[in-house]
Design a protein around this ligand. Structure first.
Ligand SMILES: [Zn+2]
Length: 128
């Protein structure tokens, strides 16, 4: 069974999840459209985005993934991924709803998105 302490250590907040998404999508660094090269980016405090150190261009790593337009916090998604990975999808929508404390509708949507995606390790662009 998943170790909640390990999960909390690995992903203490949504920023840690966003960092994970960023590293998955841009393993070689973020390409800045303005600068036309891979530049250093820094996380913005108030938004789920990274900004180019040179020109300030923003990039939203979650915008091109299954997390697009979701009002559910990233940590909930990540925890759901952990639960479903661990149980190989044998967890039901109802169980997921109970574990996360979200509505059935939200749990259902997450369940099917996650099933399609498979694993956090496979996270890719265009999954929305
Ligand atoms: Zn730039």
């Amino acid at each position: 069974m998943i170790n909640i302490y390990a999960f909390n250590r690995r992903f203490p907040d949504d920023d840690a999840c966003l960092e994970y998404i960023k590293n998955k999508l841009y393993p070689d660094g973020i390409y800045c459209k303005n600068c036309k090269r891979v530049t250093k980016h820094h996380k913005l405090k108030s938004r789920p985005s990274y900004s180019c150190d040179y020109c300030g261009h923003h990039i939203y790593p979650a915008a091109n993934t299954i997390f697009y337009k979701s009002s559910t916090p990233l940590r909930y998604w990540f925890y759901a991924f952990y639960l479903m990975d661990d149980t190989r999808c044998r967890i039901s929508v109802r169980q997921l709803q109970k574990e996360l404390g979200v509505t059935y509708k939200t749990a259902w949507r997450m369940f099917h998105k996650i099933k399609e995606e498979g694993s956090l390790r496979n996270l890719r662009e265009g999954g929305n």
